[in-house]
Design a protein around this ligand. Structure first.
Ligand SMILES: Cc1ncc(COP(=O)(O)O)c(C=O)c1O
Length: 398
């Protein structure tokens, strides 16, 4: 067996199952889960139709590099969304969702020699850590700062760690915080990448769900604005899962540094990372349409506008920049909050400490819970009302 497998941490939902073992939720309240970040708005009919109309694609092996039509659709979207000029032949590759791509990317770019480090935010999407460990690197966790809208405090990464860093994962909009990285933060990270030579993987799968007027700045867009139109040492990861409500389609793409993507294509050829032609055809339809994305965003905006104030009355929570999570402060332990909430009100939330690691005696997820507002507005509102009652009753008991 690969000994590195032993280093993997239990996935947060496994820990949640253990936490909830033996809890019997009240049978008179229907269960509501704000636990898993799985999009639940309906898949647009035109994407389903495109899938059905292209079933003939099942009869052929796809090329790993992707069909020109898909690459063109991705580049077209980058041009419309970010004003970018990307060469679809060399600067863009389809991937089967961003999860597998984030993992595979670490295997491609990390040379594990000389105590390699992979830096990632804390809290973070769990794949970053597993990808780093299985690539033979040591993860280093940079904390998010609640005093600055959960921006990552990159100053907490010592120079000696940057010097060993091969890969930096960034996540903007962030999961779970929803924080969007501004241009100055990108500038700082590009300077560090230039100085130390590490690659930046920019995870942007929540980019189309936002609550401010300005759409979130993309990593490639930041690079272009700073005169780095070759996107050196930068690759952005995007996905249809949240944008188009197709988490089961498994479709996204990566774009950026052509030299890195050439190596990534080589890795993927051996790994077997080609996308089904049926999925490619449906993805072309999805990337080429923006109306459904606008409608989807409007649904989230309405939902967050209704739900957030109900929760803000009883807990430390505010509308995020973007994404579909609320990252809320609770009184006392986040684990007992989640367990007691299930036991008393049949609502599932995820303890924040499960999404972060303790560094220097501090876990930046402690005392917070993540709530995924993915169900419809009525269900999320009912969950929020139950949570508000739960918190008020708890306070009265103290
Ligand atoms: C931050 C982040 N990145 C990537 C993913 C992977 O999404 P997908 O593989 O569906 O593109 C997720 C999924 O929840 C996520 O939260």
């Amino acid at each position: 067996m690969n000994p590195l497998l032993q280093k993997l941490q239990p996935y947060p939902f496994e820990r949640l199952r253990q936490l909830f073992a033996g809890v019997t939720p009240p049978a008179n309240l229907r269960p509501i889960s704000l636990g898993i970040g799985e999009p639940k708005h309906p898949t647009p009919a035109f994407i389903e139709k495109a899938l059905m109309e292209n079933l003939a694609g099942l009869a052929v092996y796809p090329a790993t590099g992707g069909e020109p039509a898909l690459k063109q659709a991705g580049a077209g979207w980058l041009a419309r969304r970010y004003g970018l000029k990307v060469d679809p032949a060399t600067q863009l590759l389809p991937v089967n969702g961003s999860r597998e791509a984030l993992f595979a990317f670490a295997q491609t770019v990390v040379d594990p020699a000389n105590d390699a480090v992979v830096v990632c935010p804390n809290p973070f999407y769990q794949i970053y850590e597993g990808a780093a460990l299985l690539a033979g690197a040591t993860p280093f966790y940079a904390p998010s700062d609640p005093a600055r809208n959960f921006a990552i405090d990159w100053d907490q990464v010592p120079d000696a760690v940057w010097a060993r860093t091969r890969l930096l994962f960034v996540c903007s909009p962030g999961n779970p915080t929803g924080a969007v990285m501004p241009l100055e933060e990108w500038k700082r990270l590009f300077e560090l990448s230039d100085r130390y030579g590490f690659v930046i993987a920019s995870d942007e799968c929540y980019s189309e769900i936002y609550f401010r007027d300005e759409p979130p700045l993309g990593g490639l867009q930041a690079a272009a604005q700073l005169g780095r139109s070759d996107f050196r040492r930068l690759v952005a990861f995007t996905s249809l899962s949240k944008r188009s409500n197709v988490p089961g389609l498994r479709s996204g793409f990566v774009a950026g540094d052509a030299a890195i993507l050439k190596q990534f294509l080589l890795y993927r050829t051996y790994h077997g990372g080609a996308m089904s032609p049926v999925v490619q055809a449906a993805s072309v339809a999805a990337w080429n349409d923006e109306a459904h994305v606008v409608d989807n965003r409007a649904l989230y905006r309405q939902k967050f506008a209704e739900v957030t104030p109900v929760l803000a009355e009883v807990m430390d929570v505010a509308l995020p920049d973007a994404g579909f999570y609320l990252w809320a402060g609770v009184e006392g332990s986040d684990e007992s909050f989640a367990r007691d909430l299930l036991a008393q009100y049949n609502v599932t939330v995820l303890p924040g400490s499960y999404l972060a690691r303790e560094v220097a005696g501090r876990n930046p997820g402690t005392g917070r819970v993540r709530m995924a507002l993915v169900a419809d507005t009525a269900e999320c509102l009912e969950a929020a009302q139950r949570i508000a009652r739960f918190v008020r009753e708890r306070r009265a008991l103290r």
